[in-house]
Design a protein around this ligand. Structure first.
Ligand code: PBG
Length: 329
């Protein structure tokens, strides 16, 4: 005998829906990106990222205390580098007293248990806005990797728990792991931006840090020679597996929502934690549509965060972290 399948039984009340829900969101699911600027008493709103701010170090202290008290226990730090400190070699990135190094120390002094990750990349320090040294119109791989490995050690020296290289040069994870170990930082972890696509969704972030590739003669104005082609899937697996072989503790897919097929594919292919970066453009789209009254901000935010977790994210780097926690808890 054949019974009609009554799928709606399991949807018939909030109580049963809550009971059988497969994906839940908690404060432990978030890595909070933080933008830091030089100066005092600065809390500057980023125009293309409404209600998201760049903080000077004094404000940063208040912010990390607030995050910790909300149950948000992991941060990913980015710095806005003053123009006069930018060059082609990212020299300022290695300054032991640079803004990034001071930011890490400030956070660790304020909330010692906070998990601190730092973006390891040259673009905020580069006059050309690229993630590597530029020569004859090309982004140099090996020369950049050397600098990036030194940057990793400099952040480790400042006290970071994990470095997060976002540059997409070949061989960087191997070189960073090797140099960290040789310098006594064997406990410093690596979260690699492994499947990082060359995406137009990074626009608002580049506004926040003033780090967009510059339109100069013979300099590429996009990152297509190192970040991945949005059309490719197998390449994401190759990139991710080689980062794990080279020593990555955590791998990442970026952006989030338009790449959930990649998230699931990676999750099914690797045995290390998989992070997802819901990037600035994803944030900006929701904020803009909500401002116009075209979308329900909170509902769309929760739907997207849930979808990213459902796709296989172990945690999410998201500008919505505080909004979500305020809404739910
Ligand atoms: C820099 C970096 C970028 C992002 C994180 N690290 C931008 C880029 O690659 O141009 C993007 C984050 C976001 O858009 O939220 N290497």
């Amino acid at each position: 005998m054949y019974f009609i399948k009554r799928h709606r039984r399991l949807r018939s009340s909030a109580a049963i829906r809550n009971l059988i829900r497969e994906t839940t969101v908690t404060p432990n699911d978030f890595l909070v990106p933080l933008f830091v600027v030089e100066g005092k008493n600065k809390k500057e709103e980023i125009p293309s990222m409404p209600n998201y701010f760049r903080y000077s170090l004094d404000h940063l202290k208040k912010e990390v205390k607030e995050l910790w008290n909300m149950g948000l226990k992991a941060v990913l730090v980015f710095v806005k580098v003053p123009d006069h400190l930018k060059d082609n070699q990212g020299k300022e990135a290695l300054n032991p007293n640079g803004l990034m190094q001071r930011a890490v120390k400030t956070i660790k002094e304020t909330v010692p248990e906070m998990l601190v990750m730092t973006d390891v990349a040259m673009d905020p320090y580069s006059i050309y806005g690229h993630d590597g040294v530029v020569k004859n119109g090309k982004i140099q791989n090996n020369e950049s990797v050397k600098i990036l490995a030194e940057m990793a050690c400099s952040h480790a020296e400042a006290g970071v728990d994990m470095i997060a290289p976002s540059d997409m040069m070949d061989g960087r994870i191997f070189k960073m792991r090797q140099q960290l170990d040789q310098s006594g930082f064997q406990d410093t972890g690596i979260m690699s931006y492994s499947a990082k696509y060359s995406s137009a969704f990074y626009g608002p972030f580049r506004d926040a840090l003033d780090s967009a590739p510059t339109a100069a003669e013979n300099i590429p104005t996009n990152k297509d020679t190192y970040q991945m082609d949005a059309a490719n899937r197998l390449e994401a697996i190759r990139e991710t597996i080689s980062d794990i072989e080279e020593g990555a503790d955590i791998v990442m897919v970026k952006p989030g929502l338009p790449y959930l097929d990649i998230v699931r594919e990676i999750k099914n292919n690797v045995q290390v934690p998989v992070a997802v970066y819901q990037v600035s453009g994803e944030y900006a789209m929701i904020k803009a549509a909500a401002e116009k009254g075209w979308l329900d901000h909170d509902a769309v935010m929760m739907e997207q965060i849930t979808a990213i977790k459902r796709a296989g994210a172990d945690f999410i780097a998201s500008y919505f972290a505080k909004d979500v926690v305020q809404l739910l808890f």
